[in-house]
Design a protein around this ligand. Sequence first.
Ligand SMILES: NC(=O)c1ccc[n+]([C@@H]2O[C@H](COP(=O)([O-])OP(=O)(O)OC[C@H]3O[C@@H](n4cnc5c(N)ncnc54)[C@H](O)[C@@H]3O)[C@@H](O)[C@H]2O)c1
Length: 467
Amino acid sequence: MRVAMIGAGYVGLVSGACFADFGHAVGCIDKYPGRIDALRRGEIPIFEPGLLDMVSTNVRMGRLSFEADLTEPVRGADVVFIAVGTPSRRGDGFADLSYVYRAAREIAAAMRGYTVVTIKSTVPVGTGDEVERIIAETRPDADFAVVSNPEFLREGAAISDFKRPDRIIIGTDDARAEAVMSELYRPLFLNRAPVLVTSRRTAELTKYAANAFLATKIAFINEIADLCEQVGADVQEVARGMGLDNRIGSKFLHAGPGYGGSCFPKDTLALIKTAQDWGSPMRIVETVTAVNDQRKRAMARKVVGACGGSVRGKTIAVFGLAFKPNTDDVREAPSLSIIMSLQDGGARVRAYDPQGTTQARALLEDVAFASSPYECVEDADALVIVTEWNEFRALDLPRIRDLMRNAVLVDLRNIYRCKDVQDAGFIYASVGRPTPWSAPNAAHSGAASEPRRRGGGLAQLAAAGAP
Ligand SMILES: NC(=O)c1ccc[n+]([C@@H]2O[C@H](COP(=O)([O-])OP(=O)(O)OC[C@H]3O[C@@H](n4cnc5c(N)ncnc54)[C@H](O)[C@@H]3O)[C@@H](O)[C@H]2O)c1
């Protein structure tokens, strides 16, 4: 089949390369200055494991090409994907759909014959209706269908997610479009990927519901982590105990510095706005976003606490800038807020990330960027692990300790065992685990607090008949 992919970013480039790998002929189009030239030279503008190989192979086989102008690829296409960005709109937080609508107008002008226009970008419910209206208005003679096909890939594991998806959602009521989409994804049907054909609006909303639910899980376990620190419990064991329950599942129950990235923050906000517009507010998600926003500065306060109450004049080494491992994407990364809060407190920040430095450099001021973890910690007063890249999991701790001015390690991803780090001579703080900075709240621990606990929560629960 012939496919045109509008937008060659994280989603468009990965999806385009994977469709080409299935054997389809794919033209990827992008307007970002220099992006198409770079792709034609064989350079991949983003870091995604395995993508370079897949793109090179499919270009060589003549199945994947790159264009700055969409006219030719769209003219011959059976399916045109819209995979452009839908960032938060400045001011009101609603999804900025201007790129989607512009793409729709351009597609309308170029398409010939029956064309399935498929929205892969994450868009608020009802956007498909508006895209349909725009195309019909621009080209009253056009023969087309607009389908919603939300993408669920995760950066860092995007190729395997695309090729082995948990599900494929096709939102359309048009039988002809459903047949075209089924043929496009046929290689995955053979892998028995579950396919859900729904109405377009259902498909659009499913994507937001899924992301908001995952964000809720993260915010929930982070609040449990805070409580663990107060009562002297271990959040990792709590999460394991919860996650082994099949109804809950263990994924997205890792306490940390809060969610970031190009999806959860903007998608939760857009869902909140959509729900408000439809008079059906999502109060749980509203709370999740507020909890998550506060968490990032709270993590900076944790660092300040570990440094004895002030970071003024101190050098803080930060490991990890990307919002998660195996990507260079720093959009809405917790590292950005944490670094800026530490700078507000008078700290000098030196940072290291295996892939995210170039993107972070554009967003941060007065940060020194190191080219290795060991260079980053030289004479530092504290080390903060913000992103759990594999290369941070097995650091030479004695070497790090000897390079630092003060051996303070704040592990916001709980990648180390408390005892190992303390044995290596560090003052160690982590998230939701009993450490010197997360000691049980004195007012509630020990004999003095027993009567209060019995007289309070437990007695009330017993009175209420709780098990
Ligand atoms: N990144 C993810 O992990 C992920 C996962 C699932 C869904 N999504 C959704 O997919 C969409 C794209 O996300 P992304 O991370 O790939 O964004 P991105 O910013 O990496 O890429 C978008 C690309 O679209 C290009 N573009 C914009 N308007 C264009 C036009 N008219 N013609 C041609 N190119 C155009 C931009 O230049 C940019 O390169 C968003 O709606 C996002 O929410 C993203």
